[in-house]
Design a protein around this ligand. Structure first.
Ligand code: F6P
Length: 266
C-alpha cells in the first residue's frame, strides 16, 4: 500500500494577476502554503505508517482468533500470531527496523528505520521548484522533471483570458469550441492532447513506483493525472476543478482507487 499525492504549486504572482503561463515566483501566501504543505505531508506520512502498523496488528489478532476457534491451544496460536507480526516487521527495501542494517544509505529517507521512502516530483518551473524546496532532501527523494511543466500557451503566454479574447478572438473561440484538441499557436504552443502525450511516461513511472510520491504540478498537469486515476472521460479532462492550495491523495487498491481531497485553510 502506498499513496500518490497531487497538488498545484503555491500561489504565484501571475495567478494573482490572472496571467497564464510565464515563470513567476510565489507570492507570500504561496510561500506560506509550501511551508504548511511540507508539515502536512510529514504528518500524513507518519499517520499512514501508523495505520499500516495497526492493520498488521489487527491481522495478527484475527489469525490468533481463527487458530483458537480451530482448536489449537491459545499458546500455540499466540506464537503463530507473533510470527506474522515479526514477518511484517522484517527489514525490506521499504522498511528498516534495525538502525545498523547494512544497505544503501545514500538516500537518508531510509535512515530512520520507520518511514517508507517518499518521492517529491516538481516541474522545472519556478513556482513549482519553489514549492518543492520546502521538502528536506534528507527526508525525501526530490526530483524536478520538465515533463511536469504547465501547458505552453505559445503566443498567449503571459496574457489574461480577457486579453486573449480581445486580441485574438478567433483563437479564443477555437479553444472554447474544442479545448482538448486546441493547440496554442506560436513557439512551443501545446494542446491538452500534447500534454497528455508527454505525461504518459510520468504516469507509467507513477504506476511502477512502490512507494509514496507527491507531485507538485500545474492546473493542466493535475487535471490529466487526476483524470487518469479517477477514470474520467476525455470530454471532462479539460474542465476538472483543481483549485490552487488543494491537495489530493490517491490510494491505489486492488480494485479501483480511494481518493481524498484536503483544502488548505491558512
Ligand atoms: O492560470 C494558471 C494556469 O496553470 C495557466 O498557466 C494555464 O495556461 C492554465 O492554468 C490552464 O487552464 P485552462 O486549460 O483552463 O486554460
Amino acid at each position: 500500500p502506498r499513496q500518490i499525492w497531487l497538488t498545484r504549486h503555491g500561489e504565484s504572482e501571475d495567478n494573482v494577476k490572472g496571467r497564464i503561463g510565464g515563470d513567476a515566483p510565489l507570492t507570500p501566501l504561496g510561500l506560506q502554503f509550501r511551508e504548511d504543505l511540507a508539515k502536512f505531508i510529514a504528518e500524513q506520512r507518519i499517520l499512514f505508517q501508523e495505520r499500516l502498523h495497526i492493520a498488521q496488528l489487527q491481522k495478527s489478532d484475527m489469525l490468533q482468533g481463527a487458530a483458537i476457534a480451530a482448536g489449537e491451544s491459545s499458546e500455540t496460536a499466540a506464537t503463530a500470531a507473533t510470527s506474522v507480526v515479526a514477518a511484517a516487521a522484517v527489514p525490506s527495501d521499504d522498511f528498516t527496523s534495525d538502525p545498523d542494517h547494512d544497505h544503501d544509505q545514500s538516500n537518508s529517507c531510509y535512515d530512520d528505520g520507520f518511514l517508507k521512502p517518499f518521492s517529491v516530483w516538481s516541474s522545472m518551473m519556478k513556482r513549482s521548484l519553489q514549492t518543492a524546496a520546502a521538502f528536506d532532501e534528507d527526508a525525501y527523494d526530490v526530483k524536478a522533471m520538465k515533463m511536469l511543466d504547465e501547458i505552453c500557451s505559445g503566443m498567449c503566454e503571459g496574457m489574461t483570458y480577457k486579453e486573449i479574447r480581445t486580441q485574438y478572438p478567433a483563437e479564443y473561440e477555437a479553444r472554447k469550441h474544442d479545448k482538448l484538441q486546441y493547440r496554442y499557436p506560436g513557439s512551443g504552443g501545446e494542446s491538452y492532447l500534447d500534454v497528455i502525450y508527454r505525461l504518459q511516461s510520468v504516469i507509467v513511472e507513477i504506476e511502477r513506483l512502490q512507494h509514496h510520491v507527491l507531485i507538485i504540478g500545474h492546473r493542466v498537469i493535475m487535471r490529466i493525472i487526476l483524470a487518469y486515476f479517477l477514470g474520467c472521460g476525455r470530454e471532462d479532462i479539460a474542465y476538472l476543478n483543481v483549485p490552487l492550495h488543494t491537495v489530493y491523495c490517491i490510494e491505489p487498491r486492488p480494485y479501483g482507487t480511494d481518493t481524498y481531497q484536503y483544502n488548505y485553510d491558512p
